[in-house]
Design a protein around this ligand. Structure first.
Ligand SMILES: [Zn+2]
Length: 329
């Protein structure tokens, strides 16, 4: 009986039989679900080098593949030589498989290896479908899941892909656990699922992240409705004028910066002062699900109102829309 020795070196190439070569080719073909594989693929998996195979077939790799096809034909297996159309697997089927595996892992990011252990379509096929990019396949999966309101949780490593929702959820968990806004060291000590650096990078600073979180918890985005109307008017003005200097002055982005944009910091101060409740009807996102809070100018900006805290108030979306541009006196 022979015992296999685990050695780095490959066996000497001198006395390699055709059978052995075909065994290797078949092994690799099987790994790729009997679909196209490259020489590079072969060399990664086989125990003999593709150059040896090629040499055996008079210097022709495609002759080797033909021999493999012949052998597989005898076993009633069709080797899908065509690189572009690996069987007729539709995108729909691929996404079904990806989703199945994602679901198995509770919608946490999984590796190709995880995938291949569970899926009926090989990862190489999936990758090929997405022009050789596994991450493009995962992106397509994320898109599909998004329509179902499911977020694929990225692994800790790939912080760049961590969605805002995941970061906010983690922020909430730790915040609630501590009972206050977490500091850096408290965050690190709370065994976070999302790293401090990831959050810092995503929001351009820790303070900003905390402020954004508060904004998120107060009903999503805190916006100022009548701003949007006025912005549109200004843009129309820009289109009307031909003077390039005036155009520059009226650049809506610049205008917005100069004028009515209320900084996040100020917005949070206003919300906090008003206890995250609409000052008219008392609704709060914490108690009335779906409530969106707006920070509103008491004296409209267009009528000379300023961005000082005294001129700002918290309104729910409904009250704010009802109020529109009338001055409250
Ligand atoms: Zn209200």
């Amino acid at each position: 009986m022979n015992f296999l020795k685990f050695e780095f070196e490959r066996p000497p190439i001198k006395n390699i039989s055709e059978d052995l070569i075909l065994d290797e080719l078949e092994k690799v073909a099987k790994h790729f679900n009997y679909e196209y594989f490259s020489r590079k693929n072969f060399d990664e998996l086989a125990n003999i080098h593709s150059a040896t195979v090629e040499r055996h077939y008079g210097g022709s790799w495609s002759a080797a593949i033909k021999a493999l096809e012949e052998r597989l034909k005898c076993k009633n297996i069709t080797y899908a030589l065509n690189k572009r159309s690996p069987r007729n697997v539709s995108e729909e089927q691929i996404l079904d498989e990806l989703e199945k595996v994602a679901k198995h892992f509770n919608y946490e990011c999984f590796s190709r290896k995880n995938y291949d252990e569970l899926a009926c379509i090989h990862s190489a096929t999936v990758e090929r479908h997405y022009d050789g990019s596994w991450s493009a396949a995962i992106k397509a999966l994320e898109e599909r899941l998004k329509h179902k309101n499911i977020i694929l949780i990225s692994s800790r490593r790939s912080g760049r892909n961590t969605s805002e929702k995941v970061m906010f959820d983690e922020m909430e968990r730790i915040w609630v656990y501590l009972g206050h806004r977490p500091s850096k060291s408290e965050w690190l000590g709370a065994d976070p699922k999302v790293s401090y650096d990831t959050i810092y990078r995503n929001f351009g600073g820790w303070t900003n992240a905390c402020l954004k979180f508060i904004e998120y918890k107060s009903g999503g985005s805190v916006t100022i409705d009548n701003d949007i109307v006025e912005k549109t008017e200004k843009v129309i003005d820009v289109i009307k004028t031909d003077n390039p200097k005036k155009k520059e002055e009226c650049n809506p982005k610049k205008l917005l910066k100069k004028t009515r944009t209320i900084s996040l910091n100020i917005r949070i101060k206003v919300l906090s002062r008003d206890n995250f409740r609409c000052v008219f009807c008392g609704k709060s996102p914490a108690t009335d699900i779906g409530t969106k809070l707006h920070v509103d100018h008491i004296i409209p900006f267009s009528k000379g109102g300023t961005n000082s805290i005294d001129n700002l108030q918290t309104l729910c979306e409904q009250c704010n829309l009802g109020k529109s541009d009338s001055v409250m006196q």
